[in-house]
Ligand binder design. Sequence first.
Ligand SMILES: [Zn+2]
Length: 141
Amino acid sequence: MSNAVSDTVPSRIKPVLGHDNKWWWDQAAAGQLVIQRCTSCQQLRHPPRPMCNHCQSMDWDYIQASGKGIICSYTVLHHPKFPGYDYPLVIILVDLEEGTRFTSQLIDCDPDAVDFGMAVEMVMQKDADGFQLPVFKLASN
Ligand SMILES: [Zn+2]
């Protein structure tokens, strides 16, 4: 009877990790939000992929993101309910201040209060099993 609750709550579906994205999730696991950057033309891109779609270079590194951005689009999901998320789920498209876009979840916010143009900041959400996922909350100022 001791830890029956945590044993029965289904955990979040984990991303499929491969050569092209595992490095990014390793950074998230270390608490860092990073953005892949083409080292030939300096274009930022997310999600991670092997080739730059501007100059076709396969050379890249990454930069540390501030985690600050603006909501440029959002949707509120009621169904289907994926395990490991609280519903209704507010999915946001964030314009990061570095100049690329990032799809994530907005937490600690009434879905009816969400609007375009709101300032948000990244918080690293840690699941009970240790998995870390960058999500956003409304910026504090
Ligand atoms: Zn490029």
